[in-house]
Ligand binder design. Structure first.
Ligand code: FAD
Length: 438
């Protein structure tokens, strides 16, 4: 059982600090990615690409690539470089994601993108294509409800999905599995993580939703309630994911402090001021999270013999999901799907592989982790504001029905003034929630 108020409090301390990194530092606001890879394990050719304008990704041309990322390319293990001090040498056996040679400067599939100029929000990507992706993630890669500790040897291979032979959604069983008391803790954690990832994406889509009528970007409460708000376990899973990513940052912070002479984040020797600013903001963020209490404990995971056997399966299933991101038929959704699975994959590596060292982390993993933390922090914020909106609407609806019992002229007069009450009610609820949180 997660203490949501505690997570709100923790998030309040960092939510303004995260954009200093993710929006203002070249290092954390850019990403090098193999975006147009055709290695999709679900179907042979990804012929359902979305042509919505909202799905397009603006990639950087050669002259737009920030200096820090040029330096990173030069320092990549595959490149010839004398500056061995800054090199990273990840052991792919510890990876929870597939990394498609993004370190390799010669990889022509890789593009550079600005994450700020390509924000994650409503794109219009929906329908059978996106549903099939979520369905395959839940049905083929999450742990089924029936699975318990003793039968952990299930196959993890996913073949080409036979699109025509699929049953209607069996997603409920995944949520049931996440709640199942008999299921092993690690499997339940896996299912919660995926459901929280999905709920977080849904929250971003509803928070920045394009209203075709007003032609404006607005939040969409009804949409959010239908996707997340009416499912308390999905809301809970957002908080769970916050706790996971938070804990991974704490571990990263410990790794940094355990290696005082590390050259971590000093990847921009040509611009000392830029490098220093990024490092200061990063130290501030990790310093704050390191002081927070542990909301969830990972020490007990994979601790006994039978659950250790599950670890390999856990890793394989997560890797499969990271590959499935190549199947997403909307470029911008694929970009953020890949960034966030990389972020969760890095968190799992930090939390579940105790021998992980700083040099085992690729720069892209650190960037993905911080950006994914930024995304989940935004989701926690949005849960707060959507909850207030919903309570305000409920109170107004209650007052509205109450007024209908009053005599006629008074009833219509008060009814007309109801909209004026919206703001004061909202502020009162906001204030009461704040008091309850702190
Ligand atoms: C990786 C990925 C990234 C995406 N990114 C974007 C984006 O940036 N912008 C955008 O506009 N669209 C994005 N989409 C599409 C978006 O996620 C939805 O698929 C789309 O909005 C259609 O939503 P839906 O209401 O049909 O249900 P979906 O969100 O597609 O869900 C399908 C089914 O899964 C179940 N379900 C839903 N949420 C959960 C949960 N949290 N836990 C367990 N089960 C659940 C429900 O039974 C639901 O009917 C993305 C899709 C994918 C696969």
């Amino acid at each position: 059982e997660l203490n949501q108020q505690q997570v709100y409090q923790m998030n309040t301390r960092v939510r303004t600090l995260i954009p200093v990194l993710t929006e203002r530092s070249d290092y954390f606001s850019h990403y090098k990615i193999n975006l147009y890879d055709e290695d999709c394990p679900l179907w042979d050719n990804n012929n359902a690409m979305c042509s919505n304008r909202g799905c397009a990704v603006d990639t950087l041309n050669e002259t737009e690539i920030p200096e820090v990322w040029r330096t990173l390319s030069a320092l990549a293990p595959s490149s010839q470089s004398n500056s061995t001090a800054c090199m990273w040498k990840p052991d792919s056996r510890m990876d929870y994601c597939y990394w498609d040679d993004e370190d390799d400067g010669t990889n022509s599939h890789c593009v550079y993108v600005s994450l700020v100029k390509n924000p994650e929000r409503f794109t219009g990507y929906a329908g059978e294509h996106s549903n099939l992706i979520w369905k395959s993630i839940y049905e083929q890669n999450c742990f089924p409800a029936s699975e318990t500790k003793d039968d952990a040897e299930a196959s993890t291979e996913i073949g080409t999905l036979d699109v025509n032979s699929m049953d209607p959604f069996a997603v409920k069983s995944v949520e049931e599995a996440a709640e199942m008391p008999g299921a092993c803790l690690e499997k339940r954690m896996f299912n919660r993580l995926i459901s929280g990832f999905h709920a977080s994406i849904s929250t971003h889509v509803c928070q920045e939703y394009f209203n075709a009528e007003t032609q404006r970007w607005e939040s969409n409460l009804d949409f959010w309630m239908a996707k997340v708000g009416y499912f308390p376990e999905r809301v809970e899973n957002i908080f769970f994911n916050y706790a996971v990513l938070h804990q991974a940052l704490v571990r990263l912070s410990h790794l940094i402090h355990e290696s005082p002479n590390n050259t971590f984040l000093s990847f921009c020797p040509a611009n000392a001021a830029l490098d220093e600013n990024t490092r200061l903001a990063f130290d501030q963020l990790t310093g704050i999270v390191a002081q927070d209490p542990h909301v969830v404990s990972f020490e007990q995971l994979f601790s006994d013999d039978s659950s250790r056997r599950v670890k390999e399966e856990f890793r394989n299933r997560f890797r499969n999901i990271s590959r499935i991101m190549n199947c997403v038929g909307c470029d911008k959704c694929r970009l953020w799907g890949k960034v966030q699975t990389a972020g969760y994959g890095t968190a799992l590596k930090l939390l579940l592989e105790p021998e992980t060292k700083l040099s085992d982390l690729r720069p892209a993993e650190v960037v993905a982790l911080v950006n994914t933390f930024g995304r989940i922090s935004r989701s926690v914020d949005s849960v707060f504001s959507f909850t207030i909106q919903k309570k305000t609407n409920d109170i107004l609806a209650y007052l509205d029905s109450f007024l209908s019992y009053l005599p006629m002229p008074l009833s219509s007069l008060l009814h007309a003034s109801l909209p004026l009450l919206r703001l004061p009610i909202r502020w009162t609820i906001f204030f009461l929630n704040l008091v309850r949180t702190f």
